[in-house]
Design a protein around this ligand. Structure first.
Ligand code: HEC
Length: 140
């Protein structure tokens, strides 16, 4: 093999290998997201909703309104997961405050540190992650 050919082959390998390694696998990305959602749920939600999300957290009996079973969201919505509704309830900022008289925290505010632009992206990311996790828990 001439030296030029060898260089050419090396270049091709250098270009092809990293693109193969970096390819995004949508399945494992989805899996990561659900794992992240589970971690968030355990730290922020399980005290009331329970680690299984069925409404049996250690604080549940202290609340005026018992925390609902979050594995039955689809079931209560005619078999379809109400993703937008769930997002808005967790965010909590644009709900009428009558609903806010409950003990469910307004996570949109909790997840929003300064500076504002970075904060909003972070809020959206966390809410979406939680919504996807809850979607994965639904039992029909
Ligand atoms: C301090 C206790 C508490 C914590 C912590 C909490 N919740 Fe709640 N959650 C509630 C209560 C109480 C309700 C019922 C509120 C109502 O009906 O007004 C509720 C309602 C909900 C609902 C609406 C369910 C339905 O059937 O309409 C969703 C979704 C939800 N919570 C998700 C979450 C998520 C996700 C987290 C963590 C980020 C979380 N909650 C943390 C107490 C809590």
């Amino acid at each position: 093999m001439r030296q030029q050919d060898l260089l050419g082959s090396l270049l091709i390998i250098l270009v092809l290998v990293p693109s193969g390694v970096g390819a995004v696998n949508p399945k494992s990305e989805q899996h990561d997201r659900i794992a992240q959602g589970q971690a968030l749920f355990k730290s922020d939600c399980a005290a009331c909703h329970g680690v299984t999300a069925k409404g049996d957290g250690p604080l549940a009996h202290e609340l005026k309104i018992p925390p609902p079973n979050l594995t039955a969201l689809s079931h209560r919505n005619g078999g379809e997961f109400p993703a937008d509704y769930v997002y808005r309830v967790i965010d909590g900022r644009d709900l009428p405050r009558a609903h806010g008289s409950s003990d469910m925290p307004v996570w949109g505010d909790v997840y929003k540190p300064a500076p504002p632009s970075y904060g909003e992206r972070r809020v959206h990311d966390r809410l979406t992650t939680l919504v996807q996790y809850l979607k994965s828990l639904q039992v029909e």
